[in-house]
Design a protein around this ligand. Structure first.
Ligand code: NOJ
Length: 555
């Protein structure tokens, strides 16, 4: 075996969106004690690492991705004592904790920004990015990721500040060494508390190199900031500093939320360990769209040929050079069974298992998003007032209120692809509100919880939950699943996603039917060997049944 072993390569990570996971005090909002109360569930599932999305003090403009105190806990989520108890519970069960590091921006209610906006000569002025406008217009043409200009005018000092996300998320000025020191000190403080890693929010954006106008695509309202602030040499320099100052002193899992190309992925997550352990690529999620100025808001599905081309490119591109993550879901994406599989009554379970097989047998550390292991589905709200996400409301303002997009189109796209689909409460059991809260949930519970919930699935040997449990156990048992190479198979097959892994004389063959039809496939029969897992008990020679997944190991 060529690849050096590491615990974070062999691990499976489980992401918790704390607001929606479990509410322990009846206020309708999930909290840290809710997580602690369900650690046995996660231990039973078999995951190694728990990533908890931001739980720090925040006014919640973007559900905690707008932090007003990096060293304190959000009021709704509990106290630092609750955090300590959660961490202890995680460690007692032999699991580890990954925390979110959101330092491209803070909240505008962070004391640094409160000071910074007071006067042009305030000692904290340079903690953020302030510029003069061009007459009455913003300093440049950049659009924010959440629609509208990326600049906000501030009357107190007559200047504009940069916010690549909402206007309540001003970008920190990493060019200021005081900002870097403050971030590195804060990271060290959490490491000394005993956390086991960082998931780094939009880390590819921290190194702003210039503030030139960006390219304006056809039909776009704003220019792109890509060239000036995405994946710059300056960002890589800051990450190397971070490694030296903080990361090298602890045994951590580091994962950058970065996106970009395969080549950029290799730069961030190279095996030389000079920056991060791994990154999240975005292409297989965000790249599947119509390529218009509307970005993700489209009817574009997930055709096998497009999806497979992207996944194969990342698998082949990184092996031997860097380390992959493999995932389909998180709090920024709709539910995977609704997007890539089939969430109707006939095929929800089969297709959820097929997608899980496809991902968990690939090269890279798998990430499971809470509820995915139950096959939870999109809620598909039909009324705007049911949504909670700032991204939705800003997009509505930019595209619908301005008359550019028909409301019906936008509502259909929201229902298909918006982030709130993945943020509905975790479905624990069939009691009211799915056992998530005794109060009024902050966002509606998906009505299918009597049929889709953890309590029932844990008892059912054929459930999606028990299938995930088996997949995770297989990863712990077979080094080939972690360290094997990757060979794409049946590349032109219109229905089947197939690949092989090889390690030290063993061969693992994986065949997944991406469709709701029975289709021809002989590869898996020909491969021979022992069946490790399948979502069907009985197979048909030469055929794969709807959404059938099969994995065989030949020694
Ligand atoms: C990426 C996070 O995953 C997303 O939820 C958030 O809105 C943005 N970064 C801004 O922090």
């Amino acid at each position: 075996m060529d690849e050096p072993r590491a615990w974070w390569k062999e691990a499976v990570v489980y992401q918790i969106y704390p607001r929606s996971f479990a509410d322990s005090n009846g206020d309708g909002i999930g909290d840290l004690n809710g997580i602690t109360a369900h650690l046995d569930y996660l231990h039973e599932l078999g995951v190694d690492v728990i990533w908890v999305s931001p739980f720090y003090k925040s006014p919640n403009d973007d559900n905690g991705y707008d932090i007003s105190d990096y060293r304190d806990i959000m009021d709704e989520f509990g106290t630092m004592e609750d955090f300590d108890r959660m961490l202890e519970g995680i460690h007692q069960r032999g699991m580890r904790l990954l925390i979110d590091l959101v330092v491209n921006h803070s909240s505008d209610e962070h004391p640094w920004f409160v000071e910074s906006r007071k006067s042009r000569d305030n000692p904290y002025r340079d903690y953020y990015i302030w510029r003069d406008g061009k007459g009455d217009a913003p300093p440049n043409n950049w659009g924010s990721c959440f629609s509208g200009s990326a600049w906000q005018y501030d009357e107190t000092t007559g200047q504009w500040y940069l916010h690549l996300f909402s206007r309540k998320q001003p970008d920190l000025n990493w060019a200021n060494p005081k900002v870097r020191d403050a971030v590195f000190d804060m990271m060290t403080w959490w490491c000394d508390k005993g956390i086991d890693g960082f998931r780094m929010d939009v880390i590819g954006m921290i190194g702003k190199e210039n503030f030139d106008d960006g390219e304006v695509g056809p039909g776009a309202l704003y220019g792109s900031f890509e060239k000036s602030c995405q994946h710059t040499a300056t960002t890589h320099r800051y990450l190397r500093m971070m490694r030296e100052r903080v990361l090298d002193h602890y045994d951590l899992l580091t994962v950058g939320e970065a996106g970009g190309t395969v080549e950029q992925g290799i730069q961030y997550a190279g095996l030389d360990g000079s920056e991060l352990n791994m990154i999240f690529s975005f292409e297989h999620n965000d790249g599947l769209n119509d390529g218009t100025e509307l970005g993700k808001w489209s009817d574009h599905g997930a055709p096998l040929n497009e999806f497979r081309e992207i996944m194969n490119r990342w698998q082949l591109g990184l092996i031997g050079k860097a380390w992959n993550t493999v995932y389909l879901s998180n709090h920024d994406q709709p539910r995977q069974v609704s997007r890539y599989g089939n969430d109707g009554p006939l095929f929800r379970v089969r297709s959820a298992k097929m997608l899980a097989t496809l991902i968990h047998m690939m090269h890279g550390t798998p990430y499971i998003y809470n509820g995915e292991e139950l096959g939870m589905t999109n809620i598909c709200f039909t009324r705007l007032e049911d949504y909670r996400d700032v991204e939705v409301f800003n997009a509505w303002k930019q595209w619908v209120e301005s008359g550019r997009v028909h409301p019906e189109d936008m509502m259909r796209w929201f229902a298909r692809i918006s982030r709130d689909n993945a943020r509905t409460p975790m479905q624990w059991d069939s009691s009211p509100n799915a056992g998530f809260t005794t109060g009024t949930p902050w966002i509606r519970v998906n009505g299918n919880y009597p049929d889709v919930n953890a309590a029932d699935e844990m008892k059912d040997p054929d459930s999606v939950f028990n299938y995930y449990k088996k997949l995770i156990a297989l990863r712990h048992e077979h080094l080939i699943i972690v360290y094997g190479n990757y060979i794409p198979m049946l590349n032109d097959d219109p229905n089947v996603y197939a690949y092989r892994r090889e390690l030290d004389g063993e061969t693992l063959t994986v065949c997944c039917n991406w469709t709701d039809r029975t289709v021809p496939c002989t590869l898996i029969d020909e491969a021979g060997g022992e069946e490790l897992i399948s979502n069907y008990r009985f197979h048909k020679p030469g055929l794969l049944q709807p959404y059938e997944a099969r994995v065989v190991l030949k020694k």
